[in-house]
Design a protein around this ligand. Structure first.
Ligand SMILES: CC(C)(COP(=O)(O)OP(=O)(O)OC[C@H]1O[C@@H](n2cnc3c(N)ncnc32)[C@H](O)[C@@H]1OP(=O)(O)O)[C@@H](O)C(=O)NCCC(=O)NCCS
Length: 181
């Protein structure tokens, strides 16, 4: 299994991974989100990584640019969304490998913070901690019972200690329907 940056001709295969991983319920919506994010200039720079097994794409993760408003200085920040592994390839550690490789490349590129809204039992294993408690608000209020799902990770020491602010995503991801649950 290899992790590498995706290429434009792979877009359809990537959308298919999201369609299948998120299933009947949300698959089409998430695939459209990814398709739109690839064309969203306000999401740049983005980082799109695929997991490849026997020349077939089995997983995908997307990181896109966010702006932290009300911060004391301009912070370089990204959000992880979404992540998907083909159903028959799940629970083999591929998701974790995609995230860790993404974090490594982002750190190399000088990214200071990475946010994610997701399963509060899954992302902490890759180093994410609740963001609200660190003083970083999501684009829309997160209900108290889901507060732990809004997470952040610093890729440069002491950024969380020294800064706070409100995250504003790219135009596509900032749409309220992506923040309802
Ligand atoms: C969630 C997902 C990306 C994880 O990828 P993966 O490659 O299967 O994950 P890993 O193998 O790295 O880790 C597997 C662990 O994640 C846990 N996990 C998987 N889905 C989870 C979920 N919805 N909530 C909490 N934990 C979850 C598994 O229980 C497993 O735990 P274990 O190691 O203790 O058995 C993948 O299952 C997937 O594509 N799911 C459908 C789409 C989705 O929900 N994406 C995430 C949106 S936030």
């Amino acid at each position: 299994m290899k992790i590498r940056k995706s290429t434009e001709p792979e877009r359809k295969e990537i959308l298919n991974i999201h369609n299948r991983a998120f299933g009947n319920d949300k698959g089409a919506e998430i695939a459209k989100l990814v398709d739109d994010l690839f064309d969203d200039e306000t999401a740049m720079p983005l980082l799109s990584l695929v997991a490849v097994e026997n020349n077939k794409l089995v997983g995908h993760v997307l990181f896109t640019k966010v702006v932290v408003t009300k911060a004391e200085k301009i912070l370089s920040a990204q959000i992880l969304a979404p992540l998907a592994i083909l159903p028959d390839k799940q629970k083999k550690g591929i998701g974790e490998e995609l995230i860790n490789e993404g974090l490594r490349l982002l750190e190399e590129a000088g990214t200071e913070l990475v946010f994610v809204l997701g399963h509060p039992t899954y992302y902490p294993r890759c180093g994410f901690i609740p963001a609200g408690a660190q003083g970083f608000d999501a684009p829309y209020p997160i209900p108290e019972e889901h507060a732990e799902a809004w997470m952040v990770q610093e890729l440069r020491d002491d950024v969380l200690k020294r800064h706070s602010g409100t995250v504003q995503c790219s135009e596509v991801l900032n749409e309220p329907q992506h923040w309802r649950e």
